[in-house]
Design a protein around this ligand. Structure first.
Ligand code: PEP
Ligand code: MN
Length: 294
């Protein structure tokens, strides 16, 4: 029986010829194409740690978290100015004011900024402020948005759709690549699967990390915060992600001294926990370099 639209990893040369290993032999079986965001390098060298608040709520909250992120030794600052919320009655982010706050945080800390863009009409605006544009899970298959972001001239962090297969995810990345932008970093953030929602927010699909590495030359990172939804799971999930070959992690951090965050409070970790994750990433990298040399 033939089924319309059925897709397997064997179809990748047709689905994403610009990005899959089979059609890009110059990257061999293992090589990753480096993506640079300012001084930060994804895919080669040290794992990249991105951290910051879920949402940019205010100047004081964002600056406090940004300082904690910098102190912890992380590489980049995250924070949503435009938030994709399940209900339209929930806090939607602070918009352009949030982008201005992120710019101030970058000026003070020197950390490059990644922030989400949800609307084709706002790509130009967000690209003016961000060092890297984030496509969220809910928009992974928003094809006009992917094309617009591909034309914006900025590196892109493409989160996996919460119900997307690897082939669908790479097909989405191909929309960005087709505009001439190969500076794409993939981000696994948990999927809807059997047990998701019962004892964790989603199912963290670490198995996909080696599969990504085997099928494309793009770097891949893991978001343990949205994947688990539980602060105490974020540190072990980060370590596990690195063990699975992830090129980095993206983590939500909060300063509860300034009040409870308006979104995703239960998955936010402290600056101290973040510092431990950064130390683990550094040691993990040093160890793997030494093992490689031996
Ligand atoms: C986020 O990282 O801010 C976010 C909303 O995550 P996701 O799109 O993975 O749900
Ligand atoms: Mn969040």
């Amino acid at each position: 029986m033939k089924i319309s639209g059925q897709l397997t990893l064997h179809d990748l040369p047709r689905v994403c010829p610009l990005l899959c290993r089979q059609t890009n032999p110059r990257f061999g079986d293992f090589q990753t194409r480096e993506v640079a965001v300012g001084e930060v390098r994804f895919g080669t060298g040290r794992p990249v740690v991105i951290a910051g608040p879920c949402a940019v709520e205010s100047h004081d909250q964002t600056l406090a978290v940004a300082r904690a992120v910098k102190r912890a030794g992380a590489d980049m600052l995250r924070g949503g100015a435009y938030k994709p919320r399940t209900s339209p009655h929930e806090f939607q982010g602070t918009g352009v004011e949030g982008l201005c706050i992120l710019r101030i945080a970058r000026e003070e800390t020197g950390l490059p900024i990644v922030t989400e863009v949800m609307d084709t009409r706002l790509v130009e605006q967000v690209a003016e402020y961000a060092d890297m544009l984030q496509i969220g899970s809910r928009n992974m298959q928003n094809y006009p948005l992917l094309a617009e972001v591909g034309r914006a001239g900025k590196p892109v962090l493409l989160k996996r759709g919460m119900a997307a297969s690897l082939a669908e995810w790479l097909g989405a990345a191909e929309y960005i690549a087709k505009q001439g932008n190969l500076d794409i970093v993939l981000c696994e953030r948990g999927i809807k699967a059997f047990a998701a929602g019962e004892y964790s927010r989603f199912m963290l699909d670490l198995n996909v990390v080696p599969a990504v590495l085997a099928n494309t030359f793009l770097p891949v990172i893991v978001d343990p915060s949205h994947a688990t939804g539980v602060a105490s799971m974020v540190e072990p999930a980060s370590r596990a992600a690195l063990e699975f070959g992830s090129h980095g992690v993206m983590i939500e951090v909060a300063d509860f001294g300034l009040g409870r965050p308006r979104c995703d409070a239960d998955q936010a970790i402290s600056g101290e926990t973040l510092a431990r994750i950064v130390r683990f990433a550094d040691r993990y990298y040093e160890r793997s370099v030494m093992e490689h040399a031996a």
